[in-house]
Design a binder for this molecule. Structure first.
Ligand code: GLN
Length: 380
């Protein structure tokens, strides 16, 4: 059967490719972003308790009320933003689902969405499968700053959406207050919608403040803000995320979400609600990961790997130009095969520019994993 592909240039996502290769070869896996340590055992106990107490049937399509209330309370406390849990908060099956649904809710065939590369690998396919066109604006190595004047020039009558991500995967850069002001000036008086991927909101370093769209009323009024419990509570495999948006946007979002997954699994929502309402985990997460970042950097200090600044996320870009000039995909494969460390090439996130000689490493790992990986990396 010959099916005309809706995504002809898409293969299997790099995360699955590299994690699979690492598993097959027994390499240390610093590629796909997930912790190799366990979550708080009390969180597992809470899920088990809710299962035993019979919370095993469909959740409401928008998510269980206690979790939506806890999400709204957190946005109020951290960002001074009021979201109505009834109409403006939805629980999703992971951040990726939330991003897809938001794009699907907004993009009509022929509409344009502005994305910045390096760009998380699901954004462009989400736009294209919905008949839209991604307008890619390069963030340039090594500082990866947003070129706001280019963004202004790229906005056309067809532009419907701007997709942003801070803290940023894979570059580990963050948006500043000045970026937020530039964005606000740009969208003022337009009908542009923002999809803001903030799944690493609680992993931000060196005392910086997370610039959520929620902090800025004019931005909040046009934004879908995407969050992820996987990142915050070390449970990426549970696939629980959320989205907040003004009611008019959320109405359209839910029309899509209810027919993509209908609803997200019930017992984890109840357990996560307890943790979130109890302000557990996230207040100390930045310090937890900053220590891991610093350990990883200390362990490779003096080697030929040159770190770029990691200001948030649990990723670290390392420049390898002092080691080899080979392309990043080739080198990532060889590093896995010959040296037993898996990473992610930034070319997986690029559409326009030539990939820099740098690889992304995930430091959401046990100290012993980081030590073992660093020893191998230092040998190059
Ligand atoms: N966000 C994770 C990463 O960047 C991967 C998630 C996934 O594999 N879909 O590594």
């Amino acid at each position: 059967m010959n099916l005309s592909s809706k995504l002809p240039s898409v293969g299997t996502t790099i995360f699955t490719v590299m994690s699979r290769l690492a598993a097959d070869l027994g390499a240390i896996n610093l590629s796909q972003g997930f912790p190799d340590f366990d979550c708080d055992p009390a969180l597992i106990d809470a899920v088990a308790r809710h299962m035993r107490e019979g919370r095993n049937q469909y959740a409401p399509m928008q998510g269980v009320p206690v979790l939506r209330q806890a999400i709204a309370a957190k946005f109020q406390e951290l960002y001074g933003a009021a979201y109505d849990p009834e109409t403006e908060v939805t629980v999703t099956s992971g951040g990726t689902e939330a991003i897809f649904d938001a794009v699907a809710a907004v993009i009509h065939p022929g509409d344009e969405a502005i994305v910045f590369e390096p760009c998380y690998d699901s954004y462009v396919p989400a736009v294209e499968v919905n008949g839209g066109k991604a307008i890619v604006i390069p963030l340039r190595y090594p500082d990866y700053a947003v070129p706001w004047d280019e963004v202004g020039a790229a906005i056309s009558p067809r532009t419907r959406l701007i997709m942003l991500n801070s803290p940023h995967n894979p570059t580990a850069t963050i948006l500043s207050a000045a970026d937020m002001q530039a964005l606000a000036r740009l969208v003022e008086g337009t009908g542009l919608v923002i999809v803001s991927d903030e799944v690493y909101e609680h992993i931000i370093f060196d005392g910086a403040q997370h610039e959520s769209m929620a902090r800025y009323a004019p931005l909040r009024a046009r934004s879908f803000i995407v969050g992820s419990f996987g990142k915050t509570y070390h449970v990426t495999g549970w696939k629980v995320g959320c989205v907040v948006a003004p009611a008019a946007l959320m109405t359209e979002f839910r029309k899509v979400h209810q027919f993509v997954t209908f609803s997200t699994n019930t017992p984890t929502q109840y357990a996560l609600a307890e943790f979130l309402a109890g302000k557990r985990g996230y207040p100390e997460l930045s310090a937890f990961y900053q220590r891991k970042r610093d350990l990883f950097l200390e362990l490779i200090a003096g080697s030929r790997w040159k770190p770029l600044p990691s200001r948030g996320t649990y990723f670290q870009l390392l420049d390898y130009s002092a080691i080899t000039r080979e392309g990043d995909m080739d080198f990532a494969l060889r590093l896995t095969r010959e040296h037993g460390v898996a990473s992610i090439p930034t070319s997986a996130f690029l559409y326009k520019q030539a990939p820099p000689l740098a690889l992304r490493f995930c430091f959401a790992k046990k100290d012993e994993t980081l030590r073992a990986a660093a020893e191998r990396l230092r040998g190059l």
